[in-house]
Design a protein around this ligand. Structure first.
Ligand code: ZN
Length: 327
């Protein structure tokens, strides 16, 4: 028996009747037929799909590729801009180190701390699997370094601001003017160092500076501070001492009158007493001392605020003369 098939029905040849007889397929046969057709279609479809995929890209893929390209370009631009930022930061660091920190006498920040990076490349391992990972890692690394260096730089400037604030206070307090006005000064002032004792006529260390002036001439505090002594002192006679902080103390001797009491806050230029000749003195004058961290220093170093360079030179010459002191 031979089976001939058309779309919907079968014809079966019957040798006995010598004719074809029409046979209708069972439901099962029909389902199989449908499945067979479908699977052939699907396989052919899939083959066509994969061939297309191989040679053509989908709109989504094309879009992604464009975006990817754009991102990569953007990363390159960012990387270049970070280089510029680095140059600027570098310039600021140089200035900070060689200018600002130098001016304020701040300790230098070593390069090893300024340029300290982050340890190891493992830190960026999570980025390594990305396409173009070199570019992404390098850019991220730069960003991290800039952040770190900016942090160090910002701390440095903050430190300088604080130093600057104290510096301002310091400048107000440290003795920086003459204790007598130039117009009130009589002929001479005698300086600090080895001098002939006015009474014993022997060489002796003179720990301050003598300003000859008329009795009653006003004596000024030479910097802001607090009066720590106002009274009689052996040899110095009527004497006032001012503590300026920062290790500086000034002493004013042989006064005829006090214009300041202990505990009083004084500002630079304020009258604290009048010139006299009390104590061990050979004539009306002011004996002035600058004491730095407990040691007497040459007062001539502390007039920088009210003398011109010429006046200063003149004063130094007088101060350095080995003439007689008035004690
Ligand atoms: Zn003296």
């Amino acid at each position: 028996m031979e089976l001939h098939r058309t779309r919907k029905s079968y014809y079966l040849y019957d040798p006995n009747t010598l004719s074809y007889e029409r046979v209708y397929p069972s439901t099962k046969d029909r389902i199989f037929t449908i499945i067979r057709h479908l699977s052939t279609g699907i396989i052919v479809g899939l083959i066509i799909f994969f061939v297309m995929m191989r040679f053509f890209e989908s709109p989504t893929e094309s879009q992604l590729r464009k975006e990817n390209k754009l991102l990569q370009t953007q990363y390159e631009v960012l990387s270049l801009r970070l280089n510029n930022a680095f140059d600027i930061l570098n310039d600021i660091q140089q200035r900070d180190e060689n200018l600002y920190r130098a001016i304020f006498q701040a300790t230098s920040i070593p390069e090893s701390i300024r340029k300290l990076g982050f340890g190891g490349a493992n830190r960026y391992e999570y980025l390594m699997s990305l396409p173009n990972s070199d570019l992404v890692v390098a850019t991220t690394q730069k960003m991290d370094m800039i952040t770190k260096q900016l942090y160090v730089q910002s701390n440095s400037l903050e430190e300088l601001v604080n130093i600057g604030k104290t510096q301002e206070e310091r400048a107000k307090c440290i003795p920086a003017i003459q204790p007598l006005a130039n117009k009130d000064l009589k002929h001479t002032a005698s300086g600090y160092g080895m001098r002939i004792d006015p009474i014993y006529r022997t060489p002796r260390f003179h720990g301050g500076m003598d300003f000859a002036a008329n009795i009653g001439t006003e004596i000024y505090a030479t910097g802001n501070g607090v009066v720590t002594f106002s009274g009689w002192k052996q040899d110095y006679g009527n004497c006032v001492m001012v503590d300026h902080g920062f290790g500086y103390v000034t002493l004013y001797g042989h006064m005829s009158a006090f214009k300041a009491r202990v505990g009083q806050k004084v500002t630079r230029g304020e009258v604290i007493g009048l010139v006299g000749s009390t104590g061990k003195s050979t004539g009306p004058h002011l004996h002035y001392e600058v004491i730095v961290h407990g040691r007497r220093d040459s007062p001539s170093k502390y007039y920088f605020m009210d003398l011109t360079p010429e006046e200063y030179d003149h004063m130094i010459q007088i101060a350095e003369n080995h003439g007689q002191v008035m004690d």
